[in-house]
Design a protein around this ligand. Structure first.
Ligand SMILES: [Zn+2]
Length: 322
């Protein structure tokens, strides 16, 4: 399974900053050490043209040159530096490459960071600079349109199970019927002004495994009734975990793993390629966040093996959505 990373572009943060930047490097180390079936690849930076499929040129330029007004920079939550701009581009690039790999026969692929769903077309927020998933969805649609002109747009379902609402993604695709946005999130959690997704499921503080998994089941049923995706992009946030500082929910490791399995199985049963990004995770113990993420990869590898077995027994290996 191909997995893309950009954590070696260090985003310098002041001492004591609350974002656990080290988790990405730690996740990469563990994947490299524990799962030889994972091929780790360096992410390429997304170009201005790719970013502009979603973001305004003024915002892209302000991030590139460090000219955002201080209030807008504070809303992102990271200080500006050339490395911050580079890293943000690479993180989008990693999701793009994961989507391409999933779409071109692999069936499953991932970004070890990304899922920066609070970024809007013209502003960042909540540790999100660019909206990697939105850019990747639009770019996959553009690439698909070039080769499958007569078939209509590629249909993308974004399944956002980070504990925070995918407000930026919901806003970007508010009037786009070719992208379905689903968000399961904490009702009382950030962002406090939510944007309507195609399907929002709000969960009360303290929600545990059973209630969460039932809600997910109902949401996938409704997604099924309303939309038929060609590509699924999954935000596998680790922040619904009970050990998360910011999550306010009470999922166990087993609950999170059952969640990942449900989404990946849903896509596999329909033979829809799935790319995933890690999104949030702010464990009181960072190793708990990384463990939840490693568990996501364990499940993903099982499904990717099914795709690989399928490709080797069929003549055409590329996924060509109708
Ligand atoms: Zn989150």
């Amino acid at each position: 399974m191909q997995v893309f990373y950009a954590d070696h572009f260090i985003l310098p943060l002041p001492a004591g900053h609350r974002f656990p930047m080290a988790k990405y490097g730690r996740l990469r180390e563990r994947l490299a050490a524990e799962w030889p079936a994972i091929q780790l690849g360096q992410a390429l930076p997304a170009s201005d043209g790719e970013l502009a499929l979603v973001h305004t040129p003024a915002y892209i330029g302000a991030i590139q040159h460090g000219t955002l007004p201080p209030v807008a920079q504070r809303e992102i939550g990271f200080p500006w530096s050339p490395a911050m701009a580079e890293r943000a581009r690479r993180s989008v690039g990693a999701t793009i490459q994961a989507c391409r790999a999933a779409m071109s026969g692999d069936g499953m692929a991932a970004n070890i960071a990304g899922g920066t769903h609070h970024a809007y077309a013209d502003k960042g927020s909540g540790f999100c600079v660019f909206n990697d998933v939105a850019v990747a969805a639009r770019l996959m649609q553009a690439e698909h349109a070039r080769t499958h002109r007569a078939r209509g747009p590629l249909r993308v379902a974004i399944v956002d199970l980070d504990v925070h609402q995918g407000n930026g993604t919901a806003h970007i695709f508010a009037n786009d019927s070719s992208v379905f946005t689903l968000s399961l999130h904490g009702e009382k959690n950030f962002p406090f002004r939510k944007e309507p997704s195609d399907l929002d499921v709000e969960l009360p503080d303290g929600t545990g495994d059973a209630v969460y998994l039932e809600a997910l089941e109902r949401a996938l049923d409704e997604l099924e009734r309303r939309f038929e995706p060609d590509l699924v992009i999954y935000l596998a946030g680790a922040d619904p975990h009970e050990g998360d500082r910011l999550g306010r929910l009470k999922l166990t490791f087993d609950g999170l793993e059952a969640r990942d399995r449900r989404v990946m199985d849903w896509a596999w049963q329909r033979r829809r390629p799935l790319a995933f990004a890690m999104a949030g995770g702010y464990g009181t113990d960072m190793e708990a966040t990384v463990q939840a993420q490693v568990n996501t990869y364990r499940v993903a590898l099982q499904y990717q093996a099914r795709w690989a077995a399928r490709s080797s027994t069929e003549t055409g290996t590329a996924v060509t959505p109708a």
